[in-house]
Design a protein around this ligand. Structure first.
Ligand code: FAD
Length: 291
């Protein structure tokens, strides 16, 4: 595969123009070009009357043509071999996990961070347990409208707390300024597409899911985590953590569900509590956890 960047075409170009522009730029015959995949599409709108689309493409060429192009454009920064963007799991759970004596990992919070952590751990076979203080996204939607329309605040289920986390009721802008040299963002976007996001988020330069699509996507990701052996416990608030007095190693969590308080043993916890859970931050600080 070859990656070709900075290919510019007019905003209103017709379908065949992209292929013609590739053939022209690389100086190859039509028969040499097997596939064109759009990796990224952005805009150059510096000249008002002459807006351009800028493409980054992955091109499948026959082997002889690919070799010739790479040799001919060896000094060209805009043409080179395509990078390997496949996501690789850092580990996989052993068969039959958890064996006696092994504990499932726990994720506290089911916002974007907790959802992706749970999904990945589930895909790796670790059957994570998620503890989320708020309600599932449908009940949470009702609670959130309750605040906006009737000024009734549910302190555990609102625009900040509950399945999907903060921003669930936003329009889902997905771009950031973070440099992504290991292509990790592509894994996230791929999971979003599987959960129902528009496919074009994989290639537009400023991806955007669209208002009110997030609720269904969050439900789809929850279903996938459960299908893979994970578990989501709503209305479960982590109130405290236990640590070994000597080593400081985490040994368990204190979890409240309604009027019941449960002591849960666990050694591996991902805290994905966002930036609004001040009670949780205070508790962690009290227990000597550096934030
Ligand atoms: C109105 C709004 C619109 C936004 N729009 C966008 C946007 O378009 N694009 C964008 O990129 N970002 C947007 N953001 C920001 C984005 O939502 C946050 O950056 C993101 O949600 C952070 O994810 P997180 O998983 O780290 O935390 P959160 O989403 O805050 O999730 C934390 C979760 O942890 C749970 N929790 C907290 N404490 C406990 C506890 N003790 N026990 C159990 N569960 C607990 C909470 O209930 C919550 O569900 C928006 C935010 C808001 C508020």
């Amino acid at each position: 595969m070859l990656r070709l960047s900075e290919l510019k075409l007019p905003l209103d170009h017709d379908e065949g123009a992209l292929r013609d522009a590739v053939l022209d730029r690389l100086g190859i015959d039509d028969g040499d070009l097997q596939t064109i995949e759009i990796v990224k599409r952005s805009y150059d709108a510096r000249k008002r009357g002459h807006i351009l689309l800028i493409y980054q493409l992955d091109l499948g060429l026959n082997r002889a043509a690919e070799r010739a192009v790479l040799a001919r454009f060896a000094r060209q920064p805009f043409i080179g071999p395509s990078p390997d963007t496949r996501y690789r799991f850092v580990a996989l759970a052993p068969d039959g996990f958890p064996a006696p004596g092994q504990q499932r990992p726990v994720i506290v919070g089911f916002g974007p961070c907790g959802i992706l952590a749970a999904l990945l751990l589930a895909q790796m076979g670790f059957r994570p347990i998620v503890l989320e203080r708020g309600q599932d996204v449908r009940k949470r939607t009702r609670n959130t409208w309750g605040l906006w329309r009737e000024r009734k605040l549910n302190t555990e289920s609102n625009v900040q707390f509950g399945e999907g986390g903060a921003g669930t009721f936003s329009d889902g802008k997905l771009y950031s300024q973070v440099k992504d040299r290991r292509h990790l963002g592509r894994k996230v976007l791929t999971e979003f597409v599987k959960a129902g996001a528009p496919e074009e988020i994989l290639m537009v330069s400023k991806p955007h899911i669209g208002t009110f699509k997030l609720v269904k996507m969050v439900e789809a990701m929850r279903a996938e985590i459960i299908r893979l052996g994970g578990e989501i416990r709503f209305e479960h608030r982590v109130e405290s953590i236990r640590r070994d007095a000597g080593s400081g190693q985490l040994t368990g969590l204190t979890v409240r569900h309604d009027d019941t308080v449960e002591e849960m043993d666990c050694r591996h916890v991902i805290l994905a509590v966002g930036h609004s859970a001040r009670d949780t931050f205070e508790m962690l600080l009290d227990r000597g956890v550096y934030i």
